[in-house]
Design a protein around this ligand. Sequence first.
Ligand code: ARG
Length: 467
Amino acid sequence: MADGNSETKSSNQMWGGRFASGPDAIMEEINASIGFDKKLYAQDIRGSIAHATMLAHQGIISSEDKDKIVHGLNTILSEIESGQFEFSRRLEDIHMNIEARLATLIGPAAGRLHTARSRNDQVALDFRLWVKEELQRTEKALTALIAAFLDRAEEHADTVMPGFTHLQTAQPVTFGHHCMAYVEMFGRDRSRVRHAIEHMDESPIGAAALAGTGFPIDRHMTAKALGFAGPTRNSIDTVSDRDFALEFLSMASITATHLSRLAEEIVIWSTPQFGFIRLSDAFSTGSSIMPQKKNPDAAELVRAKTGRINGSLIALLTVMKGLPLAYSKDMQEDKEQVFDAAESLELAIAAMTGMVRDMTVRTDRMKAAAGSGYSTATDLADWLVREAGLPFRDAHHVTGRAVALAEQKTCDLADLSLADLQSIHADITDKVFDVLTVEASVASRTSFGGTAPNEVRKQIAWWRARN
Ligand code: ARG
């Protein structure tokens, strides 16, 4: 600042109104993570108990000190859970808050807990444990969503509806088959969750600041006590790795993208124009001005949550992409992204499960729509190949002319007379009408994974055995 007078300005003016006490307050505000990382209290305490137990087992601390530490940590756990614990921003984060309270409760023995560890491996551990538990919750939630779809698919294995490409009527399918498409999608999401759990199943504790430690610790013991398959193998990587968080966010983004596509279909299907489904009152709202309206708000919000979740992934990728090894404080920005995405994803899956379970499927509307838009044109072309021996390309051409004729007469293909059809190709017989109905069309698609009701039932059985 060129103006010498600036030195006489009050700290208030210099630092802005919010930071009444100057740079210290700004530092505290930017540095503290307790506002959000207090969510990790249970994992922090569990990790500390495992660490202290290992230290005593290895003769690094006395077993009396270990007992005091474990008892103190359990006291802190109940203080936090009963809302009696006072979190302090001056103590920065959950790790320092708990350690400071431990010192008040048990005195000097508390100072021995931090032997052979650092906040760098501590936070890596706490966060990993939290993400692992969240992945386990997500796995359960996806299983419930898949179960909801399997029930609806079974119920509607024979319900015909139009299948779409470009959102234009393509070929008739069954609603059961359409539901099973989502089972496949959410099934893949669930296997991504399982893979992520397996991938991250290594314990960071004992990597210390970055280089390991000279104390004779047993990292296999702590890994086992904390439910990990084993310890991580490189201490530098351990404290600088947030792949487990990125994998969680990647899987969350893909799942949210699937949920959003489903939400979009629900929004379209519940319009009066489509009218394929009616959402339950529990998952829709009215309009404050238009009494006739029933809005699919829950589906719209699921669609919108995808923006937040995808945003979290991009945010953390961006935080991580420029960091040299090993730990940098930038990494503290990992938690809010993951917490927010996790909350949004849990809610979105739960809302979708509720909507799928509760919605009324309007089979009459689906059936009427299934037959419109010349949806059985491919069946006519296939019939010409099979019964009249035409090459498919010629059959396609003949069918195109039949569609044009039906369009001209403003009727469906099945409503054309035999004479009309024979005027286009002489080899057409009245047997053709057997394939022009939507029921015949779906029943004929018996290829593996096809829409024929029996084929769909086979796929339902396959999934039932795995859900
Ligand atoms: N609150 C920190 C975080 O979330 C804990 C690790 C602090 N480590 C350090 N070297 N300052 O990343």
